[in-house]
Design a protein around this ligand. Sequence first.
Ligand code: PMT
Length: 400
Amino acid sequence: MFKEKTIVVGVTGSIAAYKAAELVSQLKKKDANVHCVMTKAAQAFLTALTLRTLSQNPVVTELLAEPQRWEVEHVGLATAADLFIVAPATANILAKVCHGIADDFLTTAILATKAPVLFAPAMNVCMYENPVTQQNLARLKELGYFLVEPEEGDLACGSQGKGRLAKLEHILARAEELLVRDKPLQGKKVLVTAGPTRESLDPVRFLSNRSSGKMGYALARQAHLWGAEAILVSGPTDLAPCPGVHCIPVETAEEMYQEVMKHAADCRIIIKAAAVADYRPKERKEEKIKKQAGELVLELSRNPDILAELGRRKQKGQILVGFAAETEKVLDHAAEKVRQKQLDFIVANDLTKEGAGFAADTNIVTFVFPDGSRKDFAKMSKDEVAKAILEEIVMRMDKE
Ligand code: PMT
C-alpha cells in the first residue's frame, strides 16, 4: 500500500518527536518515498540529520530558505504528496491549521495540499482536554482532516491521562486506510473467521492445531481497507486485533458456530479461513486428568461443520468462500468441498509446500470453482493472497 507513495511527515515540537524517527524508518521499510518537514520547535527535540538519514531525502526546516529546486517548494511537496502525516501534532499546529494560519513551511504546505492530512496529536492531558483544543479537533474533522487519537497513560510531563502519541502501528494502519482511495467493498458487510479453535480436555489441556490466524487477519484487514464493515470471528491467536475491524474472540468450534450464525444473515460476503477442529473431547473433565497406568483413550465428538451450515443457509446474492487445508490430493479434496458446502469458490492450500499454509507469512493457493475450473497462484504474502481473494469476489459481484 505504501510502495512508491509520497508521504510527507510533519514533525512538531513535542517530546514525542523522537518517535517520528521510527515512523519514518517504518515507512521507508515499506518502500514509501518519505519527505520530512520540521517546525522550529521540533528541531529542539530531534535533529534534521536523523530524519534526513532515515528518509534519504533533504529535510525542510525553513519556509523562506534558498530552494533546492526551481519550483515553490511547499507547493511542490503539497502537490506531490499522496498523504501528509503530522506526528506528533501539538496543540499549536492543530490550532493553526484549524484557522488557516500559514506561517511556516508545514502549515503552508498543509494549506496548499489536496492530499489527505492525518494528525496524531501528542501533548499534556490538560492541553488535550482544554475545550479550545477539543473544539479545534472537532472543527478539523468537519473540515475533512483525519485524526489518530492519542492514548492514555503516563505523560512525559509527569501527569497521567490522554495525550500520549498513538502507537505507531495505529498511525500506520490509519495511514494505509487513507492511501486506499478506491473502496470497492464500501457499504458491504464482510465476515471472516480466523485462527484455530481450542477444545478443552480439562482445565489445563486442549486439542488445537497450528493455525496462527495470519491468513484470516490479512483478509479482515484488507476487507476493511477496501471499505467494508469487517467482522472477524477469531480463535485464540497472538495477533493484535486489526484496527478498524470488529473482532469477536472465541475459543471453541461451538462458540465460533454461535458467533458466525449470529452475524451471517446480515453479511454479503463470508470467508472462512479458520482452522476449525472437527472433533472435541466427548467430556471436559472438571479437574486435571491424572496420570494413570497404561494408555488413556480419549473419546471425541463431532463439532458442527460451520461452513456446511452456512452453505445450507446461503442467501441469494451472498458470497461464500471456504479454505481447504490439505496434505494430499489437494485439488480433489478441494473440488469435493466446494460442491458439498455450496461455496462460490474454495481456496486450496497444500500444507506440504514450503511457504504455504499454517503460520507462514506467505501462502501458495489455488482457487477451485464448483464447475471444476481453477486459478493457480505463485507464492505470495498473505496480504497479497487476501487481495486476490477479494478481487475475485468483487469481480463476481460486478457480474451479478
Ligand atoms: O492461520 P494461518 O497460520 O495463517 O494458516 C492459514 C490456514 C492454513 C489455517 C488457512 O489458509 C486455511 O487453510 N484454513 C482452513 C483450514 C481448515 O480447517 O481446512 P479444512 O479443509 O479442514 O476445512 C474446510 C473449510 O471448512 C474451511 O473453510 C474451514 O474453516 C471450514 N470448517 C471446517 C470444519 C468445521 N467444523 N467447520 C468449518 O467451518
